[in-house]
Design a protein around this ligand. Structure first.
Ligand SMILES: O=C(O)CCC(=O)C(=O)O
Ligand SMILES: [Fe+2]
Length: 319
């Protein structure tokens, strides 16, 4: 099989700047922040009470990173990639599916392998917003990550719903699926069931960024995301990953980003954001982001109205 045509590489460097200019020109309408009216309100019992089951978990060290991204915690304490089953109850998954389907009317076309997507969904769905600001939900995701988390401070990068449809072969070849994310802690929740689509496998490179070679498929692994609601947690800025082209049906996913408030470092780059949102929208957001990342952890938790999640708490289950 010719992997250079099936596995093209996503734009980096100058390509990002070009995408930023393109996004700026395309951005004529601003999405309004009117909520669509969720079917029900978020409740913590929509999380599986026994906690999620996590498989195929690998730390950043196991991926090959000797250096931790944060100075006071080792690379073997931070999750690099993990498959997450049964985070939500069947009712929780059904509500997210319903919201995802309704938010599709807000979705804009996307340049790369994703056909359409809606960014900043926490401003459109109070259910998803309340879920992101639920201490139980954040604690569950923090335990998977290995570090305490808050929702990512920048609205547009915090949450997104992706819609994948079959694309003509020529378009699949132009821009790639392989990328790293601008954010570090990312939960990719697949909302469609396996029978809703074919293709669309979630692939990741089992190694560091430096060892990634888009043509060497021997290091690629397919995440076992079979049931709706299954998720792949990744350290997104250090893991090459991507969704293979969907061949039939529709694949819908909810992508949520988080920040560890005990560390000020962040991988997001201006051009990464600008390639998604256009340059004018990114400038004020970028300044606000720098400001938010430097707030003390206690203040970041206080702003979302909760007791701080601590490293100690992550070590004890059921606390
Ligand atoms: O849709 C997915 O499951 C993940 C897509 C992705 O990697 C992204 O949106 O950054
Ligand atoms: Fe991604």
């Amino acid at each position: 099989m010719n992997h250079s045509s099936t596995l093209p590489l996503f734009e980096r460097g100058l390509g990002r700047v070009k995408l930023a200019l393109k996004s700026t020109l395309k951005r004529t309408q601003r999405p309004s922040s009117i909520c669509l009216g969720d079917p029900i309100a978020w409740r913590d019992d929509l999380l599986c009470q026994q906690g999620p089951s996590v498989s195929d978990s690998r730390t950043l060290e196991q991926l090959g990173y000797a250096e931790s991204p944060h100075s006071t915690i080792e690379a073997d304490a931070i999750t690099g990639v993990a498959v997450v089953h049964r985070l939500f109850t069947p009712e929780g998954v059904a509500v997210l599916q319903d919201i995802g389907a309704r938010l599709e009317q807000r979705a804009g076309d996307s340049d790369w392998i994703i056909s359409r997507r809606t960014r900043g969904v926490t401003a459109l769905s109070s259910f998803i917003d309340d879920m992101m600001n639920s201490r139980s939900f954040l604690l569950a995701v923090s335990r998977i990550a290995g570090v305490p988390l808050v929702p990512y401070p920048m609205l547009n990068a915090r949450s997104q719903i992706n819609y994948f449809y079959p694309k003509p072969v020529e378009q699949q070849q132009q821009l790639g699926m392989w990328h790293t994310d601008g954010t570090n802690y990312v939960l990719n929740v697949v909302l469609s069931g396996g029978c809703d689509y074919s293709g669309g496998e979630f692939l990741f490179h089992n190694g560091t960024i430096d060892t990634f070679d888009a043509l060497d498929h021997r290091t690629f692994e397919t995440a076992g995301l079979d049931a709706p609601g299954d998720a792949l947690f990744i350290y997104g800025s250090r893991l090459f990953h991507g969704v293979r082209p969907v061949l039939s049906g529709r694949r819908m996913s909810l992508v949520l980003s988080f920040h560890c408030p005990y560390f000020t470092d962040d991988s997001n780059r201006f051009w990464h954001l600008a390639s998604d949102d256009g340059i004018p929208a990114t400038i004020p957001n970028w300044l606000k982001l720098r400001w938010a990342l430097h707030r003390p952890a206690a203040r970041q938790y206080a702003r979302i109205g909760m007791e701080p999640i601590t490293f100690e708490e992550l070590r004890h289950r059921g606390g």
